[in-house]
Design a protein. Structure first.
Length: 276
């Protein structure tokens, strides 16, 4: 039986590409219209695994997904970095001058601001997914509408690319995390971890945590904060850690635990290959 993998979006979306890269071709894709639905189908058991975008090199982090992950029994067990190439596509025979509306995911629109700014008369419409925007044009034969999506979407839905590589930064990468229900099994080659915690309000408490991390030779790749709902001016910290020795990392975790509250390991995994 093929693995059931939940993605946000439809077939031919960037999420599907990331899922195929991580798991291979022998999978059954479970399409989800929203990120919340993705987490829901994992909770109900309708999917065995999920591949979910968490960060883009241009648009930044998808912050709500960190809170969603923290509040589930899911864990990260791998990651994929995908080069994102945005293309404008429409029904064959049209040009950019014929387009009155452009539909795509909000993140895709954000990543193409320079190109879109050159065409101020075109109306921008946010949708649930890049590939779904392309699919709708094909299924309903909608003229004067274009979608921003991948080359694969243009091929799958038989659309013509009328402007290629329209993203602002040509080094446009998205980080996708592979998620599973917690099972206590360690993956091979662990050299990265994602954790979350709250620190006390004592002076220097966060600095002491960060200093301890460095003392064990663990590299802090990323740190960001999100407000604690219902508690003004209090925050969860989300941290990515990179290390060479798993034993040193675990010793470090033992040492920072008394300095934190609600410390949670979101996942221990092998760092994904970053595009050159």
């Amino acid at each position: 039986m093929n693995k059931r993998v939940a993605i946000q979006g439809a077939l031919a979306s960037f999420h599907e590409t990331a899922a195929l890269e991580f798991f291979g071709n022998e999978i059954e894709i479970v399409e989800c219209a929203t990120f919340q639905q993705l987490f829901n189908v994992m909770k109900t058991g309708e999917a065995d695994y999920a591949v979910c975008a968490f960060e883009n090199a241009i648009a930044g982090s998808i912050l709500p997904n960190y809170a969603r992950l923290r509040n589930t029994n899911l864990e990260i067990f791998g990651e994929v970095y995908l080069c994102i190439e945005m293309n404008l596509m429409a029904l064959a025979g049209q040009t950019v001058e014929d387009i009155e509306e452009i539909h795509s995911h909000p993140m895709a629109l954000l990543q193409c601001e320079e190109f879109l700014g050159e065409h101020p008369k075109i109306q921008l419409v946010e949708s649930s997914d890049t590939a779904s925007s392309a699919k709708e044009i094909k299924e309903h034969h909608i003229k004067h509408r274009a979608a921003i999506a991948s080359k694969r979407a243009a091929e799958v839905f038989d659309l013509e690319i009328i402007a290629s590589d329209i993203h602002d930064n040509k080094r446009n990468f998205t980080r996708f995390l592979a998620l599973r229900r917690r099972n206590g099994e360690l993956v091979k080659g662990i050299n990265k971890s994602s954790i979350s915690f709250r620190s006390s309000h004592a002076p220097g408490s966060l600095a002491k945590i960060l200093t301890t991390i460095g003392d064990y030779g663990v590299n802090l790749n990323k740190i960001q904060s999100l407000p604690v709902l219902g508690e003004e001016w209090k925050y969860y910290f989300y941290v990515d850690l990179r290390f060479e020795e798993f034993a040193d990392y675990r010793k470090m975790m033992d040492e920072i635990e008394p300095l934190t509250s609600e410390l949670k390991i979101l996942g221990e995994y092998q760092q994904g290959a970053k595009p050159v």
